[in-house]
Design a protein around this ligand. Structure first.
Ligand SMILES: Cc1ncc(COP(=O)(O)O)c(C=O)c1O
Length: 372
């Protein structure tokens, strides 16, 4: 049996979304407007003025609570949130500093911090993500100046902060004089909640990648900075990291924002994602599985008889790859859990096969020691 890899947290490619056709049409439209060759030159890091204006209008429409103060000069287009996070660390942290994060956090942020010699301090979480009182206590000593978090369908625990929780986190950010990096690629899948940044815009960066709701290959993230000067600094540091977005990809993303395709594709992702979550819920009944009905992934606690490394090796022997909690851990005691990236399956049939392998394995006991 060919392997099934549910380790990368991708959005599904819905069969009826016509991604191929839409890409071809976007290219034709960009070409009709200006020709394609101009997109082979260097461009301003952070996006052209027209792209930033289109992104500000589009993001303001998608995330209503941002709309008020969202001017084009406050935002940049980055080739993904990942290099933007690196640029923000360059802007606000130095080797030896510490940053506050959720106790389990996005591995790409761990990697960026490690590369810069910046330590992470994991803050306690509950079913809504980071706990404001725990953030307050952790920030009290003044060692850490930055808090990084993912408020919606948290990666990996799927926790989503209520509006009240967001307000309370913002109050701690302000009280302790922290810089907030709010990473919210899932906002487009579960809209309606105000960003934490909207309560404390003067101290916040809000990064809204299109990778999780449309496609990671677009390499497009919209990053909102506290003000125009901070956005310019972020763009300059982005140049140091990655020069600029691939101009053609930025042009396609902008075209899709302008002509409604981005919103259509997000709708298609939501529909396919909901169907996949239903499959997972049915297959994992009775298990310690946590998921958001609109989320791309499931967080699955394992029974004691299945230590995560052994369980993952067992699944690997059956052709299924998933990720264990240690990838996300900020300390040496990760929970006994795995993340299932439902969007990574090629289609629902493949996902159903993967879930059947998983359910069967959960029903079995761990047998003996693995000798390696
Ligand atoms: C929380 C979070 N932030 C950022 C990213 C990466 O986003 P991008 O593809 O825009 O670099 C991911 C991808 O896994 C993620 O889960």
């Amino acid at each position: 049996m060919p392997g099934i890899d549910l380790s990368m947290n991708l959005p599904p490619q819905p069969a009826d979304a016509d991604l191929d056709g839409r890409l071809a049409r976007a290219l034709a439209e960009v070409r009709a407007e200006s020709g394609l060759a101009p997109y082979l030159t260097y461009q301003q890091p952070g996006g052209t003025g027209a792209e930033r204006k289109a992104a500000a209008e589009w993001l303001g429409g998608m995330v209503a609570d941002l709309a008020g103060g969202l001017t084009a000069d406050r935002l940049i287009l980055a080739p993904g949130t990942q290099p933007a996070l690196f640029a923000l660390l360059l802007a606000h942290a130095a080797p030896g500093d510490a940053i506050l994060t959720e106790k389990l956090t996005y591995p790409g942020f761990k990697a960026a911090a490690a590369a810069l010699g910046v330590a992470l301090i994991g803050v306690e979480m509950d079913g809504e993500g980071m706990i404001p009182g725990a953030l307050d206590r952790a920030a009290r000593g003044g060692t850490a100046k930055i808090v990084y978090l993912t408020p919606t369908m948290q990666n990996p625990t799927t926790a989503t902060m209520s509006a009240d929780r967001r307000k309370r986190i913002a109050a701690v950010v302000r009280k302790r004089g922290l810089v907030l990096i709010e990473d919210d690629p899932y906002t487009f899948l579960a809209p309606g909640l105000p960003p934490i940044s909207s309560f404390v815009p003067e101290r916040s960066y809000f990064a809204a990648s299109l990778s999780k709701a449309i496609a990671p290959g677009l390499r497009t993230s919209i990053v909102v900075a506290p003000d125009a000067a901070a956005a310019a600094r972020c763009a300059a540091l982005l140049r140091a990291v990655v020069q600029m977005s691939s101009p053609l990809m930025a042009a396609i993303a902008t075209q899709w924002m302008r002509d409604g395709t981005a919103a259509d594709l997000i709708k298609a992702t939501r529909k396919e994602t909901a169907a996949r979550q239903t499959l997972a819920r049915d297959a994992l009944q009775g298990q310690d599985a946590i998921a958001h009905p609109a989320g791309l992934h499931v967080w699955l606690g394992l029974p004691n008889r299945w230590p995560a490394p052994r369980f993952v090796a067992h699944l690997g022997g059956r052709g299924l790859a998933v990720v264990t909690a240690d990838a996300f851990a900020t300390d040496a005691a990760p929970p006994n859990a795995i993340r299932l990236a439902l969007g990574a399956a090629r289609n629902q049939a493949q996902l159903a096969r993967a879930l059947a392998i998983l359910a069967e394995a959960l029903g079995e006991g761990a047998t003996g020691d693995v000798i390696v």
